[in-house]
Design a protein around this ligand. Structure first.
Ligand SMILES: [Zn+2]
Length: 395
């Protein structure tokens, strides 16, 4: 092994090659710093003397199936002019890390297609070493996130531990990027990012979110001029929950009478009617014929979908007002409840026009997040988890 290969294959330079030896399953390259002509960081003169050596062992990328180690003998330097003392800084080192720069780059290459555990196992290092290399790369990459060109943002939350503790994420709809992630959903934890948005995101046109009171209040305070759009997904989800509540009630009544005609109907009721098979459509038709309140509710659900197809705000406005009127006079308490909610949130609903944004991109992202949560790194290191979120759009 010559200095030339160490340089070309592993980026080792600024040292002199001494020897190669083998230890167990590893190959070790001994090198030494020999250069006296190093510029003094204090006075700028470039002649030094050596003041006592120390040896460090740095991991290199493997060679074939052998682990490779750089045994580095370093000499402390002292300036002949001003007597300043220091340890040389070598281009293949990363601070005090116990691996070379080329090792870290190899880790990053492998992580493009392998999991952390697989990389750690292959390179014979701990899970944390691999994670820390990735984390420090991501931290550099996402130190600053440019908000100047952001036009549409979606806000959503997801649980980070079972049943409690939520994380809020902000997404740029044009790029699908997670712009910010923060633990909690309260105004206080959102405010630092909202202040930054108010200052930097001068092109921000609208923000899509669910109807949660804390989000709307926070946006009203920091970005009062940015229209809030209550998105389609959450409104349809609200409608579905109420249909389900009605179905359960009706089911209980029928059960008390010794009938069970609603068994297995949940799926049929909640799906988009047009996406059902003909057989399922017929089954649903029969079921609804026998149950007037469910029939009404189902028709209203299918009607509500058309709100987002109205073309412009004016038509959408008269459409939704008619819908709310029908809901309020239906006499079905679940439908009245949806009608009341929509009436209270009418402006946010109508803000869909003309921006036409929905939290749609978020739903796709949620699946990726679920996968991430299932993997081992989950939430052991929250900073790392957030950095992975910022990087999700690249995967
Ligand atoms: Zn000096």
């Amino acid at each position: 092994m010559s200095m030339s290969i160490l340089y070309h294959a592993f980026g080792i330079k600024g040292v002199t090659y001494r020897s190669t030896y083998y230890l167990g399953n590893a190959v070790l390259f001994r090198v030494e710093t020999t250069d006296h002509h190093v510029r003094c960081p204090k006075c700028g003169k470039n002649y030094c003397i050596f003041r006592g050596p120390k040896t460090r062992w740095l991991r290199m990328p493997p060679i074939g199936r052998k682990q490779a180690i750089l045994e580095l003998i370093m000499h402390r330097l002292q300036c002949k002019n001003c007597e300043n003392l220091w340890w040389p800084r070598l281009p293949f080192m990363l601070g005090t890390a116990r691996y070379t720069r080329s090792f870290a780059l190899t880790v990053l290459d492998l992580l493009r297609s392998w999991t952390i555990s697989a990389v750690a196992k292959y390179l014979h290092v701990s899970w944390d070493v691999v994670k820390d290399i990735h984390k420090s790369r991501l931290a550099t990459k996402y130190r600053r996130i440019d908000l100047r060109k952001v036009k549409y943002i979606g806000v959503d939350e997801f649980s980070i531990r079972k049943n409690h503790d939520y994380m809020t994420i902000f997404i740029d709809f044009q790029t699908g990027r997670v712009l910010h992630a923060v633990e909690g959903t309260e105004k206080e934890v959102l405010s630092p990012f909202l202040r930054k948005l108010a200052k930097k995101a001068k092109q921000l046109k609208a923000v899509a979110m669910d109807m949660s009171a804390s989000y709307t209040a926070a946006f009203k305070k920091y970005l009062p001029n940015v229209p809030v759009v209550f998105d389609r997904f959450h409104i349809m989800a609200l409608m579905s929950r109420q249909i389900d509540s009605l179905r359960r009630e009706e089911q209980n009544v029928l059960a008390a009478e010794g009938k069970s005609t609603l068994k297995g109907s949940r799926y049929l009721l909640l799906r988009n009617y047009h996406s059902l098979t003909q057989k399922h459509q017929q089954k649903l038709d029969r079921l609804l014929e026998a149950n007037q309140p469910l029939f009404t509710m189902h028709v209203m659900k299918e009607q509500l979908r058309l709100f987002w197809e109205q073309g412009n705000k004016k038509r959408a406005d008269s459409f939704i007002k008619q819908w709310v009127f029908d809901a309020l006079v239906s006499g079905i308490k679940q439908l009245i409840s949806v009608g009341m909610t929509i009436l209270r949130r009418l402006e946010g609903l109508l803000n869909y026009y003309p921006h036409k944004i929905t939290n749609g991109p978020l739903e796709g992202l949620n699946n990726k997040i679920k996968t991430m949560k299932r993997q081992a790194y989950g939430f052991r290191d929250m900073e790392y988890f957030k950095l992975r979120l910022y990087d999700l759009h690249t995967s």
